[in-house]
Design a protein around this ligand. Structure first.
Ligand SMILES: [Zn+2]
Length: 317
């Protein structure tokens, strides 16, 4: 081997080691809140990913059953997933039996890696469109996005996609309970599932609702998202866990439903009256008082108005 190839080899090894260097564990005393019997939610920050929050921004949750634990949305990084496992271990020594991922957005599922590392055979359920899209590149894009937004606080995170495709109406028996899957084609995205634990009347809404946080609607649908939340409200669930922000009763689904409905019906009215999309804002703002203090309101409103306008216009044809 020449010196040149030897040095090149050394550089490659150093580069690989650098790429694999894992960032520090998640800081902070994140405590699981018990929202129903055996159902815990770690209510994460509602800000966007940053170096300060190390990318943690969602609501990782888990259900402790008779023989094991079911995890919902283990978070945005391997660090969040490991924090979640540590909190589960403080409550029970039962193993994780299954994982649900609510949709394609990586802040909800990049933590899969930590669960898989400890439980190599654990099934990870997600809507049938999530897995293929992750393989097409969405997973790597999310890893990169989190690294950029957190200045590498999520380093070490790798793509572990959901491998058990599910769809609307599926009822999955796990550990003596029934996990009922809802999908409304397009809602927050076109990959959302909501999961009802039938025996506990607990509904995991994913990002079909934020509570105290307005969420970007991406490849989704305003009326579709409203319809999904109407379905959730009609499901008989008593406890509602949103993708971001505090859990609660039906008001969690209703408040977000009403926000989306207000934006869309106002856009629809504008389309009917032949207005342009910039004329919608002054009509809409006075109606949005209840949501004006929510995180993300200012940043998302412009996109929501143009998105709702475009959708209302297309629907009017
Ligand atoms: Zn989302």
């Amino acid at each position: 081997m020449t010196i040149r190839t030897w040095i090149l080899g050394l550089l490659l090894v150093a580069g690989a080691a650098y790429a694999l260097q894992k960032a520090a564990p998640l800081r902070g005393e994140w405590r699981p809140d018990q929202v129903a019997s055996g159902v815990y939610v770690i209510h994460g920050p509602t800000e966007l990913p940053s170096p300060a929050n190390q990318g943690f921004m969602n609501n990782p949750a888990f259900v402790v059953g008779e023989t094991g634990v079911v995890v919902v949305d283990p978070g945005s990084s391997v660090q969040v997933g490991e924090m979640l496992l540590a909190r589960i271990a403080q409550i029970t020594d039962k193993p994780v039996l299954a994982v649900f991922n609510s949709h394609i957005h990586g802040d909800h599922w990049l933590g899969n890696q930590a669960i898989r590392a400890k439980y190599p055979d654990v099934p990870i359920y997600g809507h049938e469109r999530v897995g293929p899209r992750v393989l097409e590149g969405a997973g790597t894009e999310w890893v990169q996005l989190m690294l950029r937004m957190t200045e590498n606080a999520t380093a070490g995170t790798e793509v572990v996609r959901p491998d058990r495709p599910v769809n609307d109406g599926d009822r999955i028996p796990i550990d003596g309970m029934t996990y009922r899957v809802y999908n409304n084609d397009k809602a927050h995205t076109d990959t959302d599932i909501m999961v009802l634990v039938e025996e506990l009347d607990v509904m995991f809404l994913g990002d079909n609702a934020g509570h105290g946080r307005i969420l970007r609607l991406e490849g989704g649908s305003f009326p579709g998202n409203v319809a999904a939340l109407d379905t959730a409200l009609a499901s008989g669930a008593q406890v509602f866990v949103p993708g971001h922000g505090p859990s609660g009763g039906p008001e969690v689904a209703r408040r977000y439903r009403d926000y989306l409905d207000t934006v869309y019906t106002t856009a629809q009215h504008g389309v009917d009256e032949g207005l342009s999309d910039f004329e919608i804002r002054p009509l809409l703002l006075p109606k949005l008082g209840p949501w004006q203090q929510w995180a993300g309101f200012d940043t998302e409103l412009g996109g929501h108005i143009s998105g709702a306008f475009l959708e209302a216009e297309a629907a009017a044809f």
